[in-house]
Design a protein around this ligand. Structure first.
Ligand code: AMP
Length: 120
């Protein structure tokens, strides 16, 4: 699937539409999900144009991949939901069977309460 520059997260990255920002650096942007499924529900996206995890792994630089993973660890500490502080779940949907709605790679981070079954 080719990257659609008009997807909603691309618009957020271009600041054409607002978001409730959690964290930002040169490589990633993190913001609260507009329709939270748990007490804490944030999204983390790379700033580069990648559709999903496969696209990211195939095309992104090692630096982007490392920084994306490091950002997740940083954000869970920021939100005080690290493994030491209660814990969290990371989830990324890819493609139609998973129900991916926005075709720009994003990881959901859930926490702040018991998250429940692995697939909900
Ligand atoms: P997915 O189904 O994995 O593609 O998840 C897309 C997520 O993006 C959903 O949880 C939506 O609630 C969320 N979402 C859609 N538009 C926005 C927006 N403008 N700001 C924040 N989150 C959004």
């Amino acid at each position: 699937m080719s990257y659609d520059k008009n997807n909603i997260f691309a618009k957020i990255l271009r600041e054409e539409i607002p978001c409730k920002k959690v964290y930002e650096n040169e490589y990633v942007l993190s913001f609260y999900d507009i329709n939270p499924q748990k007490k804490i529900h944030v999204l983390v996206i790379p700033k580069g144009e990648y559709v999903d995890l496969e696209d990211f792994t195939n095309k992104a630089s090692d630096k982007e991949i490392v920084e994306f993973n490091k950002a997740i660890t940083y954000i869970v500490k920021m939100l005080k939901i690290s493994n030491q502080e209660g814990g969290y779940r990371v989830l990324s949907n890819a493609g139609k069977d998973a129900g991916q709605e926005v075709p720009h790679l994003h990881y959901h981070i859930f926490g702040g309460e018991k998250i429940g079954r692995m697939v909900f």
